[in-house]
Design a protein around this ligand. Structure first.
Ligand code: FAD
Length: 305
């Protein structure tokens, strides 16, 4: 199956994102989460592509294991960072050889911790995600997704430029897009309107991350370059504290916020919702259960009894 087909038959699609673990403990935690979330029968699960080294191997081996050992459909992320086009072709063929037909084509960020570091393309590589889409489509019959940014990519001068570049990326052959996580439904809806106004109908799957601890918020802002609404940050800060009760209250609020967002997105006719799980299952399952109680779930994804 492909994500493209699922977007036509399951509305909305429900999907979960994981990252390749760095050690044995991480591996065990990941597989516990994957097995628990498998019971929710997601439309597909995605595996991110690391900044370099062993986690990149991890993307290939993890998607392979998902394809062969589970009932779930894998989507492999791929970035252009530090790869020549020959290397990119090689990674795509390896993924194809293990049965992966769905890829998320990303430019990636410059390696290293500095989020402001200048992006430099590999001398024999690609400069933008659009070129990676074309490269993958030229290799074979893949279903290819791209990234979208409700509040614009941090490097785009303004929303109009960002949307023009996004639409160009779709016209390069993308079948669907997944958004960066966002916390205001309005930002997603405005992106959808800007894209539609340009005559582009590529489905925009919404990226959602349930916040599970208050300290995560700073990191979210750093990593995504997206703003975190002040009123939400204030409420999380109020609930936060050192006791287990405080931690539970923060988690519960995080689940409530994510559930509310999903409900509104479903009501707005979103084609899919993609949960960033951080390789844990509890928060996502709680959101699912809350949605099931509100009867907002449709399609193949259903929580277990
Ligand atoms: P692009 O589409 O190339 O855009 C990057 C910037 O260049 C934008 O500002 C865009 O407007 C501009 N631009 C594009 N085309 C042109 C052009 N022709 N001329 C001038 N400017 C142009 N990173 C990882 O390392 N691994 C992952 O697994 C990963 N998964 C992600 C999943 C999702 C859903 C999202 C939203 C992001 C993910 N990222 C991941 C982060 C992503 O790699 C970065 O945000 C990166 O900086 C942008 O990637 P892109 O594919 O959107 O780039």
């Amino acid at each position: 199956g492909t994500v493209r087909e699922l977007l036509q038959t399951e509305q909305p699609t429900w999907s979960f994102e994981f990252f390749p673990p760095k050690d044995d403990a991480g591996e065990a935690q990941l597989w516990t989460a994957l097995r628990q979330l498998e019971q929710l029968r997601p439309s597909f699960v995605s595996v991110t592509y690391g900044a370099g080294g062993s986690t990149r191997e991890g993307t290939v081996s993890m998607t392979e294991r998902i394809a062969t050992d589970t009932t779930m459909l894998p989507l492999a992320h791929l970035t252009a960072v530090d790869h020549s086009t020959a290397e990119l072709r090689h990674v795509v063929s390896r993924l194809a050889a293990v049965g992966v037909r769905n890829l998320l084509a990303l430019r990636g960020d410059p390696p290293g911790a500095d989020p402001q570091a200048e992006w430099v393309a590999h001398p024999e590589g690609v400069r933008h995600a659009a070129e990676l889409v074309e490269l993958i489509k030229g290799i074979g019959d893949f279903c290819v997704g791209v990234a979208a940014f409700p509040e614009r990519h941090p490097r785009s001068p303004d929303l109009e430029f960002d949307t023009d570049m996004f639409v160009a990326k779709c016209r390069a052959g993308a079948d669907f897009a997944i958004t960066q996580m966002f916390f205001r439904v309005e930002d997603y809806l405005r992106l959808r309107d800007r894209v539609a106004a340009r005559g582009c109908d590529v489905p925009l799957i919404a990226g959602v991350m349930p916040v599970t601890n208050a300290r995560q918020i700073t990191r979210i802002v750093e990593l995504s370059g997206q703003a975190f609404p002040t009123e939400l940050a204030d409420r999380f800060a109020e609930l936060d504290g050192d006791t287990p009760e405080h931690k539970r209250a923060v988690r519960a609020y995080g689940v409530e916020v994510a559930t509310d967002m999903c409900r509104r997105l479903v009501a707005e006719g979103v084609p899919g919702i993609h949960f960033i799980t951080m390789n844990r299952s509890t928060a996502t399952r709680e959101v699912f259960q809350a949605l099931a109680r509100a009867d907002a779930l449709s399609g193949a994804a259903r929580p277990p009894r």
